[in-house]
Design a protein around this ligand. Structure first.
Ligand code: PMP
Ligand code: GLU
Length: 397
């Protein structure tokens, strides 16, 4: 007897959490493992944000908030979108959720019917694919590679579109590749999208601030596709607030209303203390948090240099986010420590078991040649992790 719904049967576990759990289990057994699995800043939450949360407790922000979030927070989101992105949104267009993950799911739930197609430029963030499957939608993968900086072209997008296409979903800056779309590249995609008014672009911009060398551009900045775009962002990466679970969407009003309807039947308004703290975070000058970005940038360059010494890795220089996504296909078909490596997931497991470094294989990101690791961790751990990987691979190959 199969007691599961077909919904659960057709989706998989989140591989980022699967791999981080494996690391946790190994650590619990006393094994010294370095985890580069989950993408989360290792910084503490800045003091002024913590204080705002304390104040919220003392001031008794302990009741249900409106489903799409406190008005003051939605105003702060609108303020931030104007300040940083030159985007105009009314609070009625904003829905605050339990993390950007829920914001994305709200939007997908609002527009996807069984059989609808969602275009996912690959590699994509692990949850996109599974969310689409969960809803009975059909992911349509548009392949890229390290040679094209993991980005799709307007021609590829046009080719992937048909009458069933309901959405284009991507992150820029991108988890896992660390690439981002320039204004000109996004304009060329917008030129295609505007020809297909039934398509919604879900533009996940949660790594906006970790764009080290260039200018962040949002799809919603192009007036011709503003009404077709849902902007996703949140507190997790910019303010090191992963556990506080606050994200948001900014959409055309009809879509924001639908998100509110879905969320009102699922989780209600997000945690009130974290919402109050988020107002402070969003209203504070981003320069206050630049120390984290400077540090990530330093670590990126450090790791990039260390990776040059790792045999068999083909490495793209990531310009944004905080991940490396090296191509490890050099090792496929080779037998190492009695195990034949068929894809990047096998390779990631081998690194975990033998080098005691936790990474995530690329299969669930839509690229079986690469592994992902986060460099949002201490310099000391990064240096040691690279040393272990290099030493292990040099010893077996
Ligand atoms: N989008 C991307 C691209 C992510 O990497 C993540 C993971 N942090 C999320 C969305 C979800 O973030 P949150 O913690 O706000 O749910
Ligand atoms: N988004 C982070 C990552 O990709 C956190 C884990 C998750 O939500 O998948 O590692």
């Amino acid at each position: 007897m199969n007691r599961f719904s077909s919904r659960v049967n057709r989706m998989g576990f989140s591989q980022t959490f699967v791999m981080s759990n494996k690391v946790r289990e190994m650590k619990a057994k006393g094994i010294d493992v370095i985890s580069l699995t989950l993408g989360e800043p290792d910084f503490d939450v800045p003091d002024m944000i913590k204080k705002a949360a304390f104040d919220a407790i003392i001031e008794n922000y302990s009741h249900y908030s409106p489903v799409p979030g406190f008005l003051e927070l939605r105003e702060a989101v609108a303020y931030k979108l104007k300040r940083d992105n030159n985007l105009s949104y009314q609070p009625t267009q904003i829905c605050v959720s339990n993390g950007a993950k829920q914001s994305i799911l709200n939007v997908l739930c609002s527009i996807i019917n069984e059989g609808d197609e969602v275009i996912l430029p690959a590699p994509y963030w692990v949850s996109y694919d599974e969310m689409v499957k969960m809803l009975g939608g059909v992911p349509v993968y548009v392949e890229t590679s390290i040679d094209t900086d993991f980005k799709i072209t307007a021609e590829q997008l046009e080719k992937a579109i048909n009458h069933k296409t309901k959405a284009l979903l991507y992150s820029s800056p991108c988890n896992p590749s660390g690439s981002y779309y320039t204004r000109a590249e996004l304009q060329s995609l917008a030129n295609v999208i505007v020809q297909h008014p039934n398509i919604t672009v879900i533009s996940d911009e949660i790594y906006e601030f970790t764009n080290y060398d260039g200018e962040h551009c949002s799809m919603a900045e192009f007036p011709e596709v503003y009404e077709q775009t849902a902007v996703i962002n949140g507190m997790s990466k910019a303010f090191a607030m992963t556990g506080w679970r606050i994200g948001y969407s900014a959409c055309p009003e009809w879509l924001a209303k639908a998100c509110e309807k879905i969320q009102g039947q699922m989780t209600s308004g997000a945690n009130t203390m974290a919402q109050r703290a988020s107002i402070t975070a969003l209203k504070t000058d981003p320069k206050e948090f630049a120390y984290m970005i400077d540090e990530f940038k330093k670590r990126r360059d450090l790791v990039f240099n260390l990776l040059k010494e790792v045999p068999g890795f083909k490495v793209n220089y990531p310009k944004s986010a905080f991940y490396f996504f090296p191509d490890v296909s050099y090792y496929f078909g080779k037998t190492m420590d009695g195990k034949t490596i068929e894809n990047a997931d096998d390779f990631a497991m081998l690194l975990l078991d033998k080098a005691h470094v936790g990474t995530v294989g690329g299969v669930s990101f839509g690229n079986a040649n690469c592994i992902r690791f986060s460099y949002a961790t201490s310099e000391k751990d990064l240096i040691e992790a690279m040393r272990r990987i290099k030493e292990y691979l040099s010893s077996v190959y």
